[in-house]
Design a protein. Structure first.
Length: 228
């Protein structure tokens, strides 16, 4: 059937060690999944459990590189995160079976307009303009789980212009990867192509044009972006 407009494109993420690509269906993100980051945002991780929000599928920046500093903000923040890529999905996935859904893992940055997020929190408004803007989700190539296994621990870090800003360990996530998948699948049906950004450790901070950002996760390699 003929389309009345050009058919929108699906984002494609490179796969480590392969010429094949991973097509993106939806992007879910976990908020406040590391206690030290919850505290730096003024929240008590003992009383406020992690939660979910989304980004559109076309805001990924596969492989990093130049990222345009977005309009309508004066406080763009970096958040380095472990990203889970799904090969299978379902509803009400039990924790014990959740890892069977995982295709692989990547390093991602959840770019955030912190000023718009603060305003949205004040007014009880949604976070879409704070989180879901163009080029707001840089992501490295995906390392398949059949090469790496499932990382339950390991360093996660980010540096700006060679100065380290964030460092944590995947073992410090409040909700582990299987728990995240189980929780989300209680709200929506997960499916092949879904990406889940699993939250960031402490040390988030502002970026300006010209900044060179490097980040990595033990075993998954690195991701680099430059703000232009
Ligand atoms: Mn985040």
């Amino acid at each position: 059937m003929e389309s009345v407009i050009p058919v929108p494109t699906v984002s494609l993420i490179p796969v480590m060690g392969s010429a094949a690509v991973f097509p993106v269906r939806r992007i879910y993100c976990v908020g406040r999944n590391y206690a030290d980051h919850a505290r730096e945002m003024g929240m008590d991780p003992e009383r406020e459990p992690p939660f979910f929000f989304g980004k559109p599928q076309d805001v990924v920046v596969p492989g990093g590189g130049p990222v345009h500093y977005p309009p309508a903000t004066a406080n763009l923040h970096h958040e380095v995160e472990l990203v889970v890529a799904l090969a299978r999905g379902g509803r009400d996935i039990p924790v014990s079976r959740a890892l069977d859904c995982v295709f692989g893992y990547a390093v991602g940055i959840d770019l955030t307009r912190r000023d718009l997020q603060a305003k949205a929190k004040d007014k009880g408004q949604p976070w879409d303009t704070a989180k879901g803007f163009d080029e707001s989700a840089p992501i490295s190539a995906i390392t398949p789980a059949n090469l790496l296994g499932h990382p339950g621990q390991g360093a996660i870090w980010l540096a700006v212009n060679g100065v380290e800003k964030q460092r944590g360990d995947l073992a410090d996530m409040i909700w582990s990867v299987p728990e995240v998948l189980a929780h989300i699948s209680g709200f929506v049906a997960l499916a092949p192509g879904d990406l889940i950004y699993t939250g960031t450790p402490a040390g988030v901070g502002p970026l300006v044009r010209g900044d060179q950002v490097r980040c990595g996760i033990q075993g998954l390699g690195e991701l680099a972006i430059t703000l232009v």
